[in-house]
Design a protein around this ligand. Structure first.
Ligand code: EPS
Length: 372
């Protein structure tokens, strides 16, 4: 239903995206999109690039008088640090980065590879996701993300609602709901920075207000869990995506793993537990969607690992360029955007509609039937 494509290099003049398939009639709150962009830029452990940039979106198509028209939406972000033509060529690929395979595959220097593989590109994805969040809000869906783990510091396990998450992360420089763990996370980031090292971690995204039946079981490519996993694995640094209890399900009995079904006049069909993370058979089951995403440590190290100079083929230390020490807090903001896109796409697939009013009508008709 929806489709988007991004273009632009980390130090190029612009970052752009086009989002196609978006319905008409949605007022675009540009301030909201820019707040989301700011959230992505912040977070303890970010590099100095974020002191240079003040990401701010321009909508270049698909909007008249701040309302969507149904035509492709164009997004434009202007880089302040647009030094791409002056940036030095690199020769020693960073282990863990796209440098080596990219340079060989595209027959280019490392500069061309890192400029596009850089996580700076996620700024445009956050802008696209922010528009999807505005759409989902109109359908009663809210999304929140938070950081579960950075390095060895992790929050105690416990189910948190979207409201708990929003409340809990307020003012947290690492987007964490636990002040005690936050302090340890910050100490670990400081230590990694001092040692010329980097850190990864894990974040969780939760969505509330979803109807039963988004996605489908009938074909692998229509399974919503598969689609969300693809979107999230497409985020730079991501190495694993879990749905609900995820990998822990390997160690429990079926009677402990699954969520018993109930019905009441007030709530319709529902569950009292949520091991499934809101997805069964590739479809939403009406409970909160819960996904957990693991990010590897940033591969640019101030104290570099061993590499090979691609000009001389001699052993050398990997190249180092300004980078982040830890991008997991930013990662959680990007994850929210990616999930928002995946859910908006699934909504439009289920309820169709060229205008927001039409989507709402179809959606309300469906709810009447499944809630009966
Ligand atoms: C990023 C901008 C980049 C990096 C980081 C993410 O800016 P620069 O390369 O100018 O410092 O800080 O990119 C990476 C971690 C990476 O591996 O490429 C951003 O805006 O998110």
């Amino acid at each position: 239903m929806l489709n988007y494509i991004t273009a632009g290099e980390s130090h190029g003049r612009y970052l752009t995206a086009i989002l196609e398939g978006f319905p008409s009639g949605l007022p675009l709150d540009l301030d909201f999109i820019n707040v989301e962009l700011r959230r992505r830029q912040s977070g303890y452990g970010r590099g100095d690039r974020q002191k240079i940039e003040a990401d701010c979106v321009e909508i270049t198509g698909g909007m008249i008088r701040k309302v969507t028209t149904g035509a492709p939406l164009g997004f434009l972000l202007t880089n302040k640090d647009c030094t791409i033509d002056q940036m030095p060529e690199l020769h020693c690929p960073r282990p863990g980065h796209a440098d080596l395979a990219g340079a060989l595959k595209y027959d280019q220097g490392i500069r061309a590879i890192l400029e596009r593989s850089s996580a700076r590109e996620t700024a445009t994805r956050v802008a696209v996701g922010a528009v999807c969040k505005l759409f989902l809000k109109k359908c009663g869906v809210e999304i929140a993300g938070h950081v579960l783990q950075i390095g060895q510091a992790r929050i105690p396990v416990g189910a948190l609602t979207v409201k708990d998450i929003r409340q809990g992360v307020k003012g947290s420089p690492v987007n964490c709901v636990c002040r005690k763990t936050e302090a340890v996370m910050i100490r670990m980031i400081d230590r990694a920075r001092k040692n010329g090292d980097s850190l990864g971690g894990k974040y969780e995204i939760r969505a509330v207000g979803l109807p039963i039946g988004l996605g489908s079981y009938v074909h692998y490519a229509r399974k919503l869990d598969a689609r969300l996993a693809m979107l999230l694995m497409g985020q730079q640094s991501v190495k694993a995506v879990e749905v609900g209890d995820g990998v822990a399900l390997a160690g429990v009995l079926g009677s402990e793993a699954h969520d018993a079904i109930f019905h009441s006049m007030a709530r319709g069909y529902h569950h009292k537990t949520n091991h499934a993370g809101g997805l069964e058979g590739g479809m939403t089951n009406g409970e909160d969607l819960i996904v957990r995403v693991t990010m590897k440590p940033i591969s640019t190290l101030a104290k570099p690992l061993a590499s090979v100079n691609m000009k001389t083929r001699k052993s050398a230390k990997a190249d180092f360029e300004r980078s982040d020490v830890c991008a997991v807090p930013a990662g959680s903001v990007i994850g929210e955007a990616l999930v928002a896109y995946g859910l908006a796409d699934a909504f439009l697939e289920k309820f169709g509609g060229d205008s927001i009013a039409e989507v709402r009508r179809n959606y309300e008709g469906y709810l009447k039937r499944v809630r009966a």
